[in-house]
Design a protein around this ligand. Structure first.
Ligand code: GDD
Length: 381
């Protein structure tokens, strides 16, 4: 069963376009690999067995980032028996860019991406291909989260939560239930609609849904297994990259007003840091001193948020230099924030009741000034 989800109503591409060049293999399967020599000899035969049963022809492109294992030897052996091509990248590294490399070299009318480690069931490949060809969606996901989909029972709570939070954060970009999936298919026609592909991190499927302007996402239920051999390469760094990637995608979809919105969200989190620090500092210091320390802490927090999220697509100078520039540009806002809150607290403490309210008024005063200076001076276009 294929669950059909519509982003908005739209025209579907002409199916005849898909077959305009009958010499091309019908399906190109892109498999990004790093250290997967043990898995490939299991994966490739299973994929071709599934395709042959359905009478589909395919090429497999393995995009390897110069793995120091036996990947090239294994691929050479497999190529004697199957239409397998190894593309080795020596200077670049990364899952998403490897997938794009494969997509750009693919000859097929339908493009399918899957992991090498047998997390994605090879027998489901024909179903995804058929759904793409029949235009049940302009993007087809092998999904864990639709009816009939599942993961191994021993998936840790942390991994499940991680996946759910990441999916929830992408809600404004797609209604797909499993947009984090690395098992998906799309037609060449859809891929050719892509604009400004520049993914960071792991979520190349989400990048394609957004940048190809996919309006209909179909989800085929799959059982997602733990990898057969080896280890996942999904590090904490990749998870932080996901936040940067999301910021880019939202900016792409929503336009430039997203930057002030994000700046506001980082600032709002900084305001919480400010108030928490103020409350702690008030136990050992006077209001003006506590407020000054809280402002410095919040400023550092805001700098990190803006460098790594809000303005992550801008020119990146050295961390220390940009930090000093940021603090310099915030000085005026900080003085306004400190001065206003100290004035409010000394003059109106009886009306305001708590020092946090005085601080909040000061924070508001500083925010507008800080955005203007950051946008035009610290992180220019
Ligand atoms: N070329 C290349 N370069 N391939 C890579 C790299 C890289 O830097 N990093 C990972 N890969 C390959 C792996 O060899 C594997 O075939 C595939 O990309 C997935 O990598 P894993 O490290 O096994 O991913 P995972 O199991 O943690 O993540 C899985 O779940 C995600 C959703 O939760 C994958 O299925 C992802 O595709 C999926 O997004």
């Amino acid at each position: 069963p294929v669950e059909f989800r519509s982003e908005t109503d739209s025209e579907t591409p002409n199916s005849e376009d898909l077959f305009q060049n009958s010499i091309r293999p019908l399906v190109s399967i892109i498999v990004p690999t790093f250290m997967e020599a043990a898995n490939l000899p299991v994966l490739i035969p299973q994929v071709f067995e599934a395709l042959n049963e359905c009478g589909m022809t395919a090429e497999i492109l393995i995009v390897d980032d110069n793995s120091p294992d036996e990947t090239s030897k294994v691929c050479a052996e497999l190529a004697e028996k199957y239409p397998v091509q190894l593309l080795v990248r020596k200077t670049e590294r990364g899952l998403s860019s490897a997938v794009l490399h494969g997509l750009n070299h693919a000859q097929g009318s339908v493009l399918l991406v899957m992991d090498a480690d047998l997390s994605h069931p090879p027998r489901k490949v024909p179903e995804l291909v058929a759904a793409a060809l029949e235009q049940q969606g302009d993007f087809v996901i092998g999904s864990r989260y639709v009816v009939g989909g599942s993961t191994d029972d021993d998936w840790s709570f942390f991994r499940w939560l991680n996946s759910q939070v990441a999916t929830w954060m992408s809600r404004g970009l797609t209604t797909a239930k499993d947009p984090m999936a690395g098992f998906f298919a799309l037609t060449r026609h859809t891929y050719e609609q892509a604009r400004e592909l520049n993914p960071i991190g792991y979520k190349i499927g989400l990048e394609l849904i957004v940048k190809c302007g996919c309006r209909k996402v179909a989800e085929v239920p799959i059982h997602f297994k733990d990898r057969l051999h080896g280890e996942s390469k999904l590090s904490l760094k990749e998870q932080l990259n996901y936040l940067r990637h999301l910021a880019r995608l939202y900016r792409f979809k929503m336009g430039q007003w997203f930057t002030p919105l994000l700046f506001g969200l980082v600032g709002a989190s900084g305001a919480i840091v400010d108030l928490v620090l103020l409350t702690l500092m008030l136990t050992v210091a006077s209001f003006p001193v506590a407020r000054a320390v809280a402002i410095c802490g919040a400023m550092s927090w805001n700098f990190l948020g803006n460098r790594f999220i809000t303005f992550s697509d801008r020119k990146q100078e050295s961390l220390g230099f940009q930090y000093l520039k940021f603090c310099g540009s915030c000085t005026l806002g900080a003085i306004i924030s400190w001065g206003l809150s100290t004035f409010m607290w000394t003059q109106f403490s009886e009306v305001l009741h708590t020092p946090q309210i005085a601080a909040a008024i000061g924070i508001l005063g500083g925010v507008v000034m800080n955005f203007l200076l950051s946008n035009y001076l610290v992180f220019p276009q």
